[in-house]
Write a protein that binds this ligand. Structure first.
Ligand SMILES: Cc1cc2nc3c(=O)[nH]c(=O)nc-3n(C[C@H](O)[C@H](O)[C@H](O)COP(=O)(O)O)c2cc1C
Length: 365
């Protein structure tokens, strides 16, 4: 039986064949010196072409934006040639894809940074946990506050990366403003302790994000730009004290930007979605935002359809289910069983756990 999840959707002038979005998923398979996507990466995305829209894994916009070894960049010719293979292969298979523009901020290490300098953030912070470096895993060290020159430079780099993406054939770009990476580091009052015009009031903390959007929109049309936010903290020790006000201010201001979409990432499990759907902040953002809204985090066929039927979101993004079910759209349509994912191969393992998950076999009897 057809349900609303399988209806087409016009993302401005981009026609999506259904309302299923593949969420951005870092897989770290571009582990070559150029940090460029290759044929295997192209095949991985091609296998998932039946999603209405694919949002690529985070792609670092500059050498300073790098922190996850093996993640593909979008600032050199070689990297953009790699991405071009991906967009061409995917478009031939009928898919649509946005490139996620990423700067990891403090989630890096001096050994991965240009000039072996400390990674940057709004203010010095030390993330919990460890980071994979060429010398193995080491605990995160303190980042340093971005200088103003670095802020202006980064704004330009986001816009250049957006331009590169369109030239490489992407249907659009998604600005990664979520998950405590650089943009979110500026937004949250728990991580931004600056006393200049980029710190203090919410207007000041959101300035970096809006400068990035303004600069990107000088280069490419607003209908090709999406934004991802995670208004509820997702990283330990990094949060905002009044998230509804802070992200509410941003989302209100976004109305003037007429973006392709706003993508809200929530840390929810399928159990939470089913048993405690009121925990979701989506209805709040639906109320204050008038554009296309994507909901992500813990969705199942049931929770996705319920959200669409209640008109709480326009598109539903699935993350982990897409890792192990390349034909997720077809499986959901047929209410078929899903293959479980293997965490061991999320971030490494070469082709294993990457391009070898099976497609459903349909047999004509
Ligand atoms: C292996 C893995 C890699 C991820 N990489 C990214 C990323 O590059 N950018 C991003 O915004 N979110 C990333 N996420 C978060 C997902 O996009 C998504 O928000 C999360 O998996 C929750 O959705 P799900 O419950 O459907 O998996 C990643 C999640 C996983 C499991």
């Amino acid at each position: 039986m057809q349900t609303s999840l399988f209806e087409p959707f016009s993302l401005r002038n981009i026609k999506l064949s259904n309302r299923i979005v593949m969420a951005p998923l870092t897989r770290r398979r571009a582990d070559n010196p150029a940090l460029a996507a290759d044929d295997m990466v192209a095949l991985y995305y091609q296998q998932r072409a039946t999603a209405g829209l694919i949002i690529s894994e985070g792609s670092q916009i500059s050498p300073q934006a790098y922190g996850y070894t093996g993640s593909p960049g979008c600032y050199t010719q070689a990297q953009m040639e790699g991405w071009k293979k991906v967009t061409e292969t995917l478009h031939r298979a009928g898919g649509k894809i946005f490139l996620q523009l990423w700067h990891v901020g403090p989630f890096s290490h001096a050994s991965l940074q240009p000039g072996n300098k400390a990674p940057v953030s709004a203010s010095p912070v030390t993330p919990e946990g460890d980071v994979l470096t060429p010398d193995g895993r080491v605990t995160y060290e303190s980042s340093r506050a971005m200088t103003k020159d670095e802020i202006f430079q980064t704004v330009k780099e986001f816009a250049l990366a957006a331009q590169n993406a369109i030239k490489a054939g992407f249907d659009g770009v998604e600005v990664h403003g979520a998950h405590a990476y650089i943009i979110d580091q500026f937004i949250m009052d728990g991580t931004n302790k600056r006393s200049d015009e980029f710190g203090g009031s919410v207007e000041n903390r959101a300035r970096f994000l809006f400068m990035i959007l303004d600069e990107i929109l000088k280069q490419i049309p607003s209908g090709r730009v999406g934004l991802r936010l995670s208004p509820r903290s997702v990283k330990k020790g990094m949060e905002d004290s009044t998230p509804d006000q802070t992200y509410g201010y941003i989302v209100n201001k976004l109305k003037d930007y007429n973006l392709a979409y706003l993508h809200i990432s929530e840390m929810m499990t399928p159990e939470m979605r089913m048993e405690n759907p009121n925990h979701s902040i989506i209805p709040y953002y639906r109320e204050i935002y008038n554009g296309t809204l994507i909901s992500c985090g813990g969705h199942t066929l049931e929770s996705a359809n319920r959200m669409l039927e209640n008109n709480e979101a326009d598109l539903i993004a699935f993350g982990k289910p897409f890792i192990s079910n390349p034909d997720l759209a077809e499986r959901l349509r047929n209410n078929a069983e899903l293959t479980p994912w293997d965490k061991e191969t999320f971030y490494h393992g070469g082709s294993r756990g990457y391009i070898d998950y099976p497609m459903l076999q349909y047999t004509d009897i």
